[in-house]
Design a protein around this ligand. Structure first.
Ligand SMILES: [Zn+2]
Length: 79
C-alpha cells in the first residue's frame, strides 16, 4: 500500500476550517506541505485555496457521487 507515500506528518491547521475539515494538511518528505482530500485521497497544493475549494465543489469523485445520490438516486455507481 503506497497511499501515504511521502507523507511525514499530518499537520494541524486553523487556516480555513471550511477547507481544512475536508483536507488534511500533510508535511511531505521533501519538506513542503500538501493538502490531501479526506474523501478521495488526492493531493493538491496546500497554498491554492481556490483549487482546493473547486475540488470539493466540483471535482472530488466522492462528493460528486454523494451529490448524484441525493439527486436522481438511480442506483449504485461504485468505482
Ligand atoms: Zn476529493
Amino acid at each position: 500500500m503506497a497511499s501515504e507515500e511521502g507523507v511525514v506528518l499530518v499537520l494541524e491547521t486553523k487556516r480555513n476550517p471550511a477547507i481544512w475539515k475536508i483536507f488534511d494538511l500533510c508535511l511531505m518528505s521533501d519538506n513542503h506541505e500538501m493538502a490531501r482530500c479526506k474523501n478521495c485521497g488526492k493531493f493538491m497544493k496546500a497554498t491554492a485555496n481556490s483549487t482546493l475549494k473547486k475540488h470539493t465543489d466540483k471535482h472530488c469523485p466522492v462528493t460528486k457521487a454523494k451529490k448524484e445520490e441525493k439527486g436522481e438516486g438511480s442506483g449504485s455507481t461504485n468505482m
